[in-house]
Design a binder for this molecule. Structure first.
Ligand code: ZN
Length: 140
């Protein structure tokens, strides 16, 4: 059994639209989420309209990069051969202090060590010249 959550990096995000903008901030090593300029609600994944007040006015607002493990699923059998060497790994949902939830990786620990509510902090993994992924590690 693996002692570390090895994040597969063979499947990268398709960079277009709001997703491209999100990852362009990550490439600059800034984690930003959309925030409504009318009601100040945060949202992710990116989309044009606020689900709280239906405003189309928004900004890319910076996150402090701290959050907690919300939930995860551990993959033991790769359905895609590209992930064969990574199993077991965990696809983790981190809830940021600001509220958005991000599906990501928590690195440096085994999936068996994950706990709901575990404090985590952001780090950036430049996996290619074009793509930098926001990942997390246990805090402290
Ligand atoms: Zn709003």
């Amino acid at each position: 059994m693996s002692t570390e959550n090895k994040a597969p990096t063979v499947r990268l995000p398709i960079l277009h639209g709001y997703t491209k903008e999100f990852f362009e901030w990550c490439h600059k090593r800034e984690l930003r989420f959309q925030r409504c300029q009318k009601c100040r609600a945060w949202r992710h994944p990116p989309r044009p309209m606020c689900t709280s007040c239906h405003s189309l006015q928004w900004e890319w607002a910076p996150s402090n990069g701290k959050g907690k493990v919300y939930c995860w699923t551990t993959v033991h059998q790769a359905l895609d051969p590209a992930f064969a060497e990574a199993v077991p790994y965990a696809a983790v949902v981190v809830e940021l202090d600001e509220g958005p939830r991000l599906t990501t990786w928590v690195t440096g620990i085994s999936p068996d060590e994950l706990r709901v509510g575990m404090p985590v902090e952001l780090w950036f993994d430049a996996v290619t010249d074009e793509v930098t992924l926001p990942k997390f590690k246990p805090l402290g």
